[in-house]
Write a protein that binds this ligand. Sequence first.
Ligand code: UD1
Ligand code: CA
Length: 467
Amino acid sequence: MSFTTLVLAAGAGTRMRSSVPKVAHELLGKPLIHWVADAAFAAGTKGLICVVGHGRNLVEPLLENYPLANGNLKMVVQNELNGTGHAVMMAREHLEALAARNSDESLIILNGDVPLITANTIAKLAKLREQEQADCCVLGFTADDPHGYGRLLRDNDGFLTGIKEERDATDTQRQIKECNSGVYCFSLAALLKSLDGLTNNNAQGEYYLTDVVGILAKQKSKVLVQMTSDPSELQGVNDRVQLAKLGCLAQERINREHMLNGVTMLDPRSAWIGPDVTLACDVEVLPMTIIYGKTNVGEGSVVGPNTRLNNVRIGTRCVVDETIAIDVILEDRVSVGPRAYLRPGTVMRTGSRAGTHVEIKKSDIGPDSKVPHLSYIGDAILGTNVNIGAGSITCNYDGANKNLTKIGDNSFIGSDTMFIAPVTVGDNVTTGAGSVISKDVPDGALAITRPEQRTVQNWAASRKNTN
Ligand code: UD1
Ligand code: CA
């Protein structure tokens, strides 16, 4: 089975009422257009052609940076939004080149605003066309409320004769509950031939892709319908109510899969896990937790409650409690939180700890080192088994530059130590509580900068006015 995929993503998405084009809106932390592209590549598409138009300054970068494309993604621009058929015409040059190379090439067409379509559904449709040598296979579904969808028209023998858009349909046709999903697999040659026959003589004054199906049927070409068993995956995003609804559907689908694979969730409805997250077995996800991006969680780790992770790699047997972490690596048996903020570039080595009200940015926290309470550690490298006393801070920013703090193995940092970076502290160093360390400290030394304590005897009594 071999096919190429065309994604229609030029539409305005007016009902989103947004300055951001619809296909750039995110579902579980991932743009809609990436969901669609993922499904196409997972189904085995050779390449992707995307029709962009409205808000393309925001859509194009999403496609340029799309990781699975591997050079197999082309974009074409539709400047005037004259309908789905017109969108396909914009890709004609690419499509003709493909057809010239292989006269029996299949083309899958997907809508950029239907994110939950699965690879399996796409592959099945492509297979059907190939096996049946059909000119077009339309993916259909039965809707309780078909309002807004194109209706599938069939003849007395059940063969598809055309697709009628809601606005152009007669009252009788509107009663039909079989709908067009907007997903098709065409013989590329047949599609290209029929595109010329499209007119914009309809209620919206647009060139409808759906009319191609009617044209092919009239020519007695082989046009088949595959009715889907799961209409939920064909729902489109037209407004933010639907966006939220599809978010819940995706959540259900993803969390179910994780639970069946050995992940415990106390309240799956309050665990929001993106499609690219991997969770090993015996991971526990606690309520009010958002895990997005390319996050991986290793065996036996506990994440949440009240936690947000984005692109975080977590090893085995970690505890991540009430934490925000972005672009971070936690090795094995790391403990974070409650209420920690780990910022990009932070690496916590095996057995290390970041405790309560601790912020760490772009730092390497060595094996078994601890930052247990109320600290800011930024641009720092900590060796093995370092203990940072409560309230200690790396003063990494001098107002112009960010500077490095280095602390060697087994050093014990007294509470409320300030490190004026750049500064290097050796191994086995102790700093006195409240010290301001602005000079390098050699191995094994004690560094203390606080003034001697002065004690005034009977101070309280002396303040009383005795007159
Ligand atoms: C379309 C189908 C309808 C089907 C429904 C399924 C047509 C004429 N109708 O209707 O039969 O039931 O999808 O969801 O095809 N687009 C462009 N350029 C344009 C217009 C649209 O790229 O000029 C893109 C949109 O960005 C969108 C897709 O095509 O991703 C579908 O367009 P939309 O306007 O949402 O079509 P529907 O009215 O939903
Ligand atoms: Ca739509």
